[in-house]
Design a protein around this ligand. Structure first.
Ligand SMILES: Cc1cc2nc3c(=O)[nH]c(=O)nc-3n(C[C@H](O)[C@H](O)[C@H](O)COP(=O)(O)OP(=O)(O)OC[C@H]3O[C@@H](n4cnc5c(N)ncnc54)[C@H](O)[C@@H]3O)c2cc1C
Length: 303
């Protein structure tokens, strides 16, 4: 119930504007967001790199409705890729399709992704297309499939809560596509998504197995220790070396787990967001763990 309310609020633009303009930012959202500027993101990447992990940088923003906004978000990513190279840090980028125009025009979105992917290619870097709500799934996959025909440095995300995901995984693997597997962070109806955590977890394991057996390098994105242990066991049993896949975690969540995995010799990537449009991302993190809400409220009233 609380989760549903938080996910509903995450999509309310009016509340977003109030929260951002209220100046709540730093102390309250710092736990999940590296800062407002690219430099903050790069500093967080340096720290994560010094701890033996790699990263993916996310410029916060989504659901843009004006083409100019989509173009300027694209420029932020192109510039970020230049800076990543200049700074010699180990990170790729994660981009939300609706931030670069998916809901305005699919062609515009593909053009913007093309610019980002081309720049990444120049530096031998990689672009991950994040997956958003189910109203975007089909279009995101279509844009991805079209881009994948031209580029091998682009990957996609699959959410184990969707019934359709197994079929999508099969199709992406046929294209040789790299997948980040996660449970899914949006509010979805039971007609299209597994309603129970146990079902989502079972599907996660099923998809993880398919992905690891494909021989393609994929990302297993979860903080769920049970699923992480099952992934390790499956890889060991099937002689899949530790360097043939990676675990992915979100910035500020389960840091001790991140360190443990690095120590055990696994590839670990941390998803690091930066930017001013923190509200929807932050609300999804609250929804995942209601205890975060009390932490937030305590600091909100102190701010
Ligand atoms: C690298 C990465 C990229 C992602 N990209 C996408 C994407 O593109 N599209 C998408 O829909 N979703 C994405 N997600 C979010 C994902 O779908 C889940 O919503 C999120 O990871 C929580 O699920 P979980 O697998 O960690 O398992 P859960 O069962 O939710 O959590 C397991 C444990 O992790 C800890 N935990 C989980 N979430 C939090 C939190 N917010 N705060 C504090 N502790 C927490 C708790 O200890 C919890 O018990 C991504 C997640 C990661 C790690």
């Amino acid at each position: 119930m609380l989760k549903s309310i938080l996910l509903y609020l995450s999509r309310q633009k009016v509340i977003q504007d109030i929260m951002i303009n209220f100046g709540v930012t730093r102390r309250v959202v710092d736990r999940f967001v590296s800062g407002e500027e690219l430099e903050d993101g790069l500093n967080a990447v340096k720290k994560v790199n010094s701890e033996g992990a790699i990263a993916t940088l996310d410029h916060l923003g989504e659901e843009v409705s004006e083409p100019e906004e989509a173009v300027s978000a694209t420029e932020v990513y192109v510039n970020a890729l230049d800076e990543i190279s200049k700074n010699g840090v180990e990170t790729n980028v994660s981009v939300k399709p609706t931030q670069v125009g998916l809901k305005i025009d699919k062609k515009l979105c593909e053009q913007n992704f093309t610019k980002i992917i081309e720049r990444a290619k120049k530096y031998d870097n990689f672009v991950r297309m994040d997956m958003e709500g189910s109203d975007c799934t089909q279009d995101t996959l279509e844009v991805f499939k079209s881009l994948r025909q031209r580029y091998d440095n682009v990957g996609i995300v699959i959410q184990s809560y969707l019934y359709r995901s197994e079929r999508d995984v099969d199709e992406i693997l046929k294209l040789g596509g790299r997948i980040r597997l996660c449970k899914g962070a949006y509010k979805e109806p039971k007609e299209i998504a597994f309603p129970k955590k146990q079902q989502v977890d079972e599907n996660f394991l099923k998809l993880m197995q398919k992905m690891l057996l494909s021989g393609i390098y994929h990302g297993i994105a979860t903080h769920d220790e049970r699923l992480i242990e099952k992934t390790k066991e499956f890889a060991q049993k099937n002689n899949i070396p530790k360097d043939r896949f990676e675990f992915q975690l979100l910035y500020g969540i389960r840091r001790e787990l991140q360190h443990k995995l690095v120590k055990e010799g696994y590839n670990v990537r941390v998803y690091i967001p930066f930017g001013k449009q923190w509200y929807p991302y932050f609300m999804r993190r609250l929804a995942e763990r209601p205890a975060n809400l009390f932490f937030f409220l305590k600091n909100f009233f102190r701010a």
